[in-house]
Design a protein around this ligand. Structure first.
Ligand code: SF4
Ligand code: SF4
Length: 342
């Protein structure tokens, strides 16, 4: 099922209006499973795209390869005098700027309408963020080393969440393995994958390959262990531009909170429950999902807060769900990026 179909499926079960319609049991969990499949599939694509010649730039050959075809700008012909400057300019426009602008426009258009779906559903960096967050919470009780205090030792359904320092033995090596994998994969976007993997199999990367992989592994290990969600919040250009586009559209899809039912949030604090706002505890971007959109700038639409609330409020229906258009405009997006209000 596509992301859009998934969203529409949830919309059918959680209509934007009226607010009182309940979530079908298990729907939020099913959505999270779908999101996991999307993330795994995109991660595999990220690793395999250069190997299958779907997309890469070959520094040795001096041109890109897209779907197995050489993608040249035609500048060789210009320097050899076979085409004039006008033709060369046209080539650059048609083969570089237009495809690039088209891709960026599509990316931004999706973000304008649905927010940072790419981050929450596809991005291979965010997959690592969520994986390491989970493991770190098992190891220390906190999803990152920067978290002020441990999260409650319970899951949203009230079951115990076990914290055991031995999980560090998994967390740190896995972060370094992810970093090494990322560094190698990034190199295959620049050099022939057969050469890169062949050299690694024979433990004989060239000095430059060794430096790239070594430096990449160190930098990415530090990112994955210390700064992963900070990078998503403050350091990633793709995330920033998605957020800016999304904030500019007050009709865009956003996590909505049924404020008239706010008193029911006491369910999160009753005996045997999590003992804290479940929606806040599970958010991988460390946001508070019940606030208005202008305080949710970096929301990735992962919907983990929706799943957590649906679990807590399984009897009466979630207080959090995606809303858009009028419901988003009235309840969540009271101010646009440019300061416009109704
Ligand atoms: S919105 Fe849902 S998950 Fe968040 S505090 Fe209220 S009841 Fe708990
Ligand atoms: S607020 Fe909800 S949808 Fe947004 S990043 Fe946090 S958990 Fe995901």
């Amino acid at each position: 099922m596509s992301i859009r179909a998934s969203i529409l499926a949830v919309d059918r079960v959680i209509p934007i209006k009226p607010w009182s319609v309940q979530v079908a049991p298990g729907m939020a969990g099913a959505l999270q499973r779908q999101r996991l499949y999307w993330q795994i599939s995109f991660f595999v694509l990220f690793v395999m795209a250069p190997v299958l010649d779907l997309f890469r730039y070959d520094l040795d050959a001096g041109h890109a390869i897209i779907f197995g075809l050489s993608w040249r700008l035609g500048l060789d012909d210009f320097f050899a005098g076979r085409i004039d400057a006008t033709q060369a300019g046209l080539n650059i426009l048609l083969r570089l700027f237009l495809p690039l602008l088209g891709g960026v426009a599509l990316f931004i258009a999706v973000a304008w309408r649905w927010g940072r779906l790419y981050c929450g559903w596809l991005c291979p960096h965010f997959s690592v963020v969520e994986t390491i967050n989970r493991l770190m919470r098992h190891a220390s009780g906190k999803p990152s080393v920067w978290e002020g205090k441990p999260l409650p030792a319970r899951n949203p359904d009230g079951s115990p969440f076990r914290v055991d320092a031995r999980w560090w033995l998994v967390t740190v090596p896995l972060a370094i393995i992810f970093a090494l994998l990322w560094a190698v994969v990034l190199l295959t976007y620049l050099l022939a994958p057969a050469e890169v993997y062949g050299n690694l199999v024979h433990l004989a990367p060239t000095p430059n390959q060794g430096i790239f992989i070594g430096a990449g592994t160190v930098v990415l290990s530090l990112d994955f262990l210390l700064a992963r969600h900070l990078f998503c919040r403050f350091g990633c250009a793709a995330g920033l531009f998605q957020s800016l586009a999304w904030m500019g559209n007050r009709d865009a899809m956003v996590i909505g909170f049924q404020r008239q039912r706010a008193a029911e949030c006491v369910a999160c604090y009753r005996k045997g429950a999590m003992g804290a706002a479940a929606c806040e505890a599970v958010c991988p971007m460390r946001l508070k999902p019940r606030v208005a959109k202008n305080q949710m700038f970096t929301c990735t639409q992962c919907a983990q807060c929706v799943a957590a609330c649906a679990t807590v409020q399984s009897a009466t229906g979630t207080l959090l769900t995606w809303v858009d258009h009028e419901a988003a405009r009235q309840n969540e997006a009271r101010v646009s990026l440019t300061g416009n209000t109704d």
